[in-house]
Design a protein around this ligand. Structure first.
Ligand code: PGA
Ligand code: ZN
Length: 418
């Protein structure tokens, strides 16, 4: 067995042109490489993204995080077995020693942790998804089989990803009829193209896109955005609700102020219960099957009410609420808050903790969605993660822009292998 002989980090750029951390791990003749993604609408409890401040890249440089890998992490990891992900990650956690990974930076730690997975897969001569599946088997009792996830694909972007044109962050299309992945992809592309045309016909910008490639039109309200996507599903010759349904990422944390939900597009300010009323009304007359962050990250009581009222028919996905953190997920389980966990590796900062979050969700009969960030790169590891842990759903963004297609295309390759 080879051991880690080198850990090398460098600063590269993400899909927003912002610096991020890339790490290469060498183990004898084998190599693993990974890049940390980066969020914009981040949860307060997320692993800390270490940035330099100062003038370079308007303060967003990651040279300190890179130095932490090259000078602190590298000497500690040389000689370890990359296949022992739990021990690799424990070394990182011990070196950091802070609750939110502020010392080394969650960006530095995740890139190292994920590069170790790649190196281990190369050493074992197996695809990354198989390696993830083996790691998952160590923490999950059930006999999980690798499987293709269903993509929920961003059609209209709002909120922090599109300059505040809408309050809600994403309106997504999610196929609900079981068909092969290549056909799903064709459907999603068709819906996207029909939507662009519909927006243009309505005098709206049907070409300008937000950070994740979804259209960013200036619509009158959030509901109108959903209605446009429903019409695009029809225009693609598909039946809304039967073939393809709607998922929302409300990202409500980001318009929650003074204890109320401030919907600018509609010029109203809602209490938590009123916000639930509104979401409930929508799910009654629109084909919405999944709502992410329908309420804010600290509105635990509201989340319990939301889950009591809608949980039997809608997936209520916690993103900022859970931040892929087992303590927060456990709090959700205890409080009956949410019934699905959004899984973002860099929200928690190591592969082991990511798998622990998934295992906890599965034990509690919660669903989960493996998710990209709004700042992404050519690193396609989440496609392999989703397959290896049999994620029911994956959320990558829209079906344009290569940092998104890197994942959709990797899923095409994996669909052949399964
Ligand atoms: P983020 O957005 O990467 O900016 O956090 C993605 C999401 O909210 O799901
Ligand atoms: Zn989200």
């Amino acid at each position: 067995m080879s051991e880690i002989s080198g850990v090398l980090a460098r600063e590269v750029l993400d899909s927003r042109g912002r610096p991020t951390v890339e790490v290469e791990i060498t183990a004898g003749a084998f190599r693993g490489r990974a890049i940390a993604p980066s969020g914009a609408s981040t949860g307060a409890a997320e692993a800390w993204e270490l940035r330099d401040g100062g003038e370079r890249y308007d303060g967003l440089g990651v040279r300190q995080a890179v130095d932490n890998v090259n000078q602190v992490i590298s000497p500690a990891l040389v000689g370890s077995d990359p296949a022992k992900q739990a021990s690799v990650d424990q070394i990182l956690l011990d070196l950091d020693g802070t609750p939110q990974k502020k010392r080394l930076g969650g960006n530095a730690m995740l890139a190292v942790s994920l590069a170790a997975s790649h190196a281990a897969a190369a050493m074992a001569g197996v695809p990354l998804h198989t390696h993830f599946h083996r790691l998952m088997d160590e923490v999950d009792e059930s006999d999980l089989q690798p499987a293709m996830p269903t993509p929920m694909t961003n059609m209209i972007s709002g909120g922090l990803h599109a300059g505040g044109n809408l309050d809600f962050q994403d309106v997504l299309a999610i196929p609900v009829r079981r068909v092969d992945y290549p056909l799903l992809l064709e459907w999603l592309v068709k819906i996207y193209n029909r939507l662009g045309r519909l927006l243009q016909d309505a005098g709206m910008e049907g070409r300008l896109v937000g950070d994740e490639g979804g259209f960013g039109p200036r619509l009158g309200g959030n509901r109108e955005a959903v209605e446009f996507v429903v019409r695009a599903i029809e225009a693609a010759g598909l039946t809304p609700g039967d073939d393809v349904a709607i998922a929302l990422d409300v990202a409500a944390t980001h318009f929650f102020a003074d204890g109320r939900y401030q919907l600018r597009a509609e010029e109203v300010s809602l209490s938590s219960s009123e916000m639930v009323d509104r979401l409930e009304a929508w799910t009654n007359d629109l084909p919405i099957v999944s709502i992410e962050d329908g309420l804010a990250e600290e509105d635990w009581e509201g989340w319990t009410e939301l889950t009591e009222r809608l949980g039997d028919r809608v997936r209520l996905v916690g993103d900022d609420l859970f931040t892929t953190n087992t303590e927060r997920i456990q709090r959700g389980i205890d409080a009956g808050a949410g019934n699905s966990v959004l899984v973002k590796m860099n929200q928690i900062g190591t592969i082991s903790e990511t798998l622990a979050a998934i295992a906890l969700a599965r034990r509690a009969d919660m669903s989960f969605v493996v998710s990209a960030r709004s700042g992404e790169t050519e690193d396609a590891s989440i496609a392999d993660l989703a397959v290896g842990v049999a994620a029911p759903e994956i959320k990558i963004g829209s079906i344009v822009r290569s940092e998104r297609l890197a994942k959709y295309n990797q899923l095409l390759r994996l669909a052949e292998q399964l």
